[in-house]
Design a protein around this ligand. Structure first.
Ligand code: FAD
Length: 402
């Protein structure tokens, strides 16, 4: 009888170093992540020790420059690492993606002095980041955010980091923040000027800053191990040395970060979909009905074939976008397409995986139902799939008339 156990994904990787990296990640995933994933997701436990291990292993700053502690890997390699982590547990894959997103502003727009001071700890010193853009009243319309940062040059309680630029005092509420309440640093977009996108500035705020607090995490449908919480900033004082980029440049920085971040979500989605397919293939080989394995019924064989084909197409799409990025070419349209296609694929494939498992697929005894609940959130975060379609259409047909 042929061996029907799922084989590891055959990856096209550019270097031996990248192949070693994937082996390392598979090893960590099998030893440290997979065995406790179901139980911890059920209990809503965040695996902080796994992030410490990933940081110690050089896996929390993969796409950034080696000068400040990054792994200097191309995006096509970083994303395949993310895919492997997300297949093991989405809380980990998405967590690494969000940490990378939170580090982006400083790594890309910070001054050399800022980068030298903060990046080594962010990229390899065990710190965990949060990206704070959304607010209770501004999600898709992120440019309407209301959190305010006001200059305070005459304050007596200046931070020791303050330079001639004085301090900023930040007040407002951020919503839906991944790692809210546990992050060591927060990249916060706040209004420093006029209404709209041009009045927003980015700041690097310490997670333990006075006046910063987090609400009780949201009770979510899935991804329960990853805390998602409102973050309140109540007169949080930061020195001007923690402003990233120019005043008014924050929204452009936030969007630029999301362009790359969307590729991370696409890779995570393919990881979840692959895990669901592997589960479905294994189950179909074992489960017997009408005297033979259900994998022998054409109705299921075609379903598995469609699932696998959609996954391969998604992987090829996110890698094509990543390779454009690695070549220094524009990739925003392809990143939006990859996010849209890969997350819709994850939703379809995980739903089909539940179907392949029949009644057992609907129980928590198998991971298929968890994958299905996890896939849903990927159609929502970092720009809903409606917003991705708007981005793609803008590239095709220009901006909408107001
Ligand atoms: C688990 C989780 C983690 C998250 N993590 C973070 C994080 O770390 N940092 C962060 O800043 N944010 C985070 N978010 C927020 C996420 O980015 C927002 O939920 C998302 O951008 C949508 O915003 P909203 O929820 O306010 O929905 P809304 O913007 O209110 O949208 C509601 C519906 O209307 C649709 N819609 C809105 N505008 C249009 C339009 N112009 N055309 C067509 N349809 C439209 C949307 O697609 C959606 O279906 C997270 C969210 C979740 C659920």
């Amino acid at each position: 009888m042929p061996d029907r156990a799922p084989q590891p994904v055959d990856r096209q990787l550019p270097t031996d170093e990248a192949r070693d990296l994937i082996s390392l990640v598979r090893d960590i995933a099998q030893r440290e992540i997979v065995p406790s994933a179901a139980e911890e997701e059920d209990a809503g436990r965040f695996p902080r020790e796994v992030f410490t291990l990933l940081s110690d292993s050089g896996l929390l700053g993969l796409p950034y420059d080696a000068e400040f502690g990054g792994g200097e890997q191309p995006y096509e390699v970083y994303l395949q690492v993310l895919e492997e982590l997300a297949a093991a547990r989405l809380t980990v894959g998405l967590g690494v993606s969000v940490h990378t997103l939170a580090s982006y502003a400083l790594a890309t727009y910070g001054t050399k002095e800022q980068q030298a001071e903060h990046l080594p700890a962010m990229l390899g010193g065990g710190l965990l980041g949060a990206y704070c853009l959304s607010e209770p009243a501004s999600g898709s319309d992120a440019a309407s955010l209301r959190t305010k940062a006001v200059r305070d040059d005459g304050g007596t309680a200046r931070s020791s980091e303050a330079e001639s630029g004085g301090d900023w005092v930040i007040t407002g509420t951020k919503a839906w923040i991944t790692h809210g309440g546990i992050a060591d640093f927060c990249t916060v977009m706040a209004r420093t000027g006029e209404d709209g996108p041009r009045g927003i500035t980015a700041f690097l705020v310490p997670g333990d800053a006075e006046g910063l607090s987090a609400a009780v995490p949201e009770k979510k449908m899935g991804l329960k191990g990853s805390p998602t919480a409102q973050v309140h900033l109540d007169g949080v004082r930061v020195p001007d040395a923690r402003r990233i980029g120019d005043e008014g440049q924050g929204f452009a920085i936030a969007l630029s970060a999301l362009e790359s971040g969307r590729l991370g979500i696409a890779a995570c989605a393919i990881g979840v979909a692959q895990a669901a397919l592997d589960e479905a293939v294994s189950y179909a080989a074992e489960r017997r009905q009408f005297g033979k394995p259900i994998a022998d019924f054409q109705g299921l064989r075609f379903m598995l074939a469609d699932m696998a084909t959609q996954i391969e197409a998604g992987r090829a799409l996110y890698l094509a976008a990543a390779r454009l990025r690695d070549a220094g070419l524009p990739f925003a349209k392809q990143a939006a397409m990859a996010k849209l296609h890969c997350t819709d694929t994850a939703m379809r494939v995980t739903t089909d995986a539940v179907q392949v498992l029949g009644g057992y697929g609907y129980t928590a005894d198998f991971p298929a139902e968890r994958y299905m609940r996890e896939a849903k959130v990927l159609q929502i975060v970092e720009g809903t799939n409606q917003i991705q379609r708007m981005v793609i259409a803008r590239h095709l047909a220009g901006p909408e008339e107001r």
